[in-house]
Design a binder for this molecule. Structure first.
Ligand code: NAD
Ligand code: TYD
Length: 333
């Protein structure tokens, strides 16, 4: 198998490359990544030195970069995205460019070359749930709330329209919130680990009672692999761990895992904040025999240990631009 993985210098993609090198070591992998603030070539070490992992630094929204990247591959896993809701609220143009235009460019290239393509989407495209609502199934209508989820929903719509119109092999995965090593520190879990370790307050948006379903990144990536190897063209697969927790519970459990006191600071809520996400993964469990294998307690403890052991990684990615993002997002709250 010769695989193109877009966005693999980021969090989920880099963990996917490590998993594939371990479990599908005979495959050759090409990465297309523009190395935005969230992408780091170092995340792919030690595999960049391998003959079987090639990095093309390029943009999924650039036709020439995409054409070069798809040449000679057998399938595309599309992860490249602007991925942070808070940044999409500060400005959404980059989300349209990468998530919508970029996905469209890849779909066109896949169509011309007759390649199967898996779009790594998100449960956020469904919108949010009330406290007692059943978890989203794949049949649930799309109703995104944030500019981020709207851009991912648009990409999903393009993908499914290419299935219907061109009979193209496009598959879509919609996963819940991931946690694990190498997650950019703007996201809840690594951000709060940093705050707790510094003895700084943990800024909780609103009342902190928002609910997310948390999955270990390796379980997500194993599900993506199952969709690649056993999934059907034109199908959407929800990926979830049935590990629903409030944001306050997550932060309290981080304090316990770090054996540190947690100071919560309730701050102004995120505009349009989704109250609860939960996806029903019954279809992928039944049809592709995938199951999550990492329980929350074990996964959280190994993740916390990774951040404790890799403080130099965190320091290396906290650029001046990250500091000005923190000011824009938290300064006024
Ligand atoms: P991330 O922000 O950590 O990484 C994104 C990667 O995409 C980075 O390496 C970045 O350099 C690259 N990229 C951005 N714009 C690009 C462009 N124009 N051209 C080429 N590369 C570009 O994101 P992540 O958390 O690893 O998420 C990966 C995918 O999974 C995204 O599509 C996201 O929507 C989806 N997803 C994430 C989660 C989650 O909890 N993190 C949950 C469900 C789905
Ligand atoms: P995040 O990691 O940004 O993921 P998403 O918005 O895609 O679910 O945030 C997870 C939850 O944590 C979300 O409800 C927002 C909340 N949150 C805070 O309360 N404070 C923070 O500083 C951050 C980064 C997130």
């Amino acid at each position: 198998m010769r695989l193109l993985v877009t966005g693999a210098a980021g969090f989920i993609g880099s963990n996917l490359i490590h998993l594939l090198r371990h479990e599908r070591s005979e495959w050759s992998i090409r990465v297309l990544d523009s190395l935005t603030y969230a992408g780091h070539a170092g995340n792919l070490e030690p595999h960049l030195g391998d003959q079987s992992v090639e990095l093309i630094v390029g943009d999924v929204a650039n036709t020439a970069d995409v054409n070069r990247a798809v040449e000679g591959v057998d399938a595309i896993l599309h992860l490249a995205a602007e991925s942070h809701v808070d940044r999409s609220i500060l400005g959404s143009a980059a989300f349209v460019q990468t998530n919508v235009v970029g996905t469209h460019r890849l779909l066109e290239a896949a169509r011309k070359s007759g390649l199967p393509m898996i779009i790594i989407s998100t449960d956020e495209v469904y919108g949010d749930l009330g406290p007692k609502d059943p978890a989203f199934t794949e049949q649930h209508p799309i109703k995104p709330s944030s500019p981020y989820s709207a851009s991912k929903a648009a990409a999903d719509h393009f993908g499914l329209s290419f299935v219907r119109t061109y009979d193209q092999d496009v598959r879509i995965t919609r996963c819940c919130n991931n946690y694990g090593p190498r997650q950019f520190p703007e996201k809840l879990i690594p951000f709060m680990i940093g705050q707790i370790l510094q003895g700084a307050p943990c800024p909780m948006y609103g009342d902190g009672q928002q609910v997310r379903d948390w999955i270990h990144v390796d379980d997500h990536n194993r599900a993506v692999l199952a969709v690649l190897e056993k999934g059907e063209a034109g199908e959407v697969y929800n990926i979830g761990a049935r590990e629903e927790l409030t944001n306050l519970q997550v932060v309290e459990q981080l304090g316990l895992a770090l054996e540190r006191t947690v100071e919560i600071e309730f701050v102004a809520d995120r505009p349009g904040h989704d109250r609860r996400y939960a996806v029903n993964p019954a279809k992928i469990e039944r049809d592709l025999h995938w199951q999550p294998t990492v329980d929350w307690k074990t996964g959280l403890s190994s993740t916390v240990q990774w951040y404790l052991d890799n403080s130099e990684w965190i320091e290396s990615i906290k650029s001046g631009a990250y500091k000005s993002y923190l000011k824009s997002n938290y300064g006024h709250r």
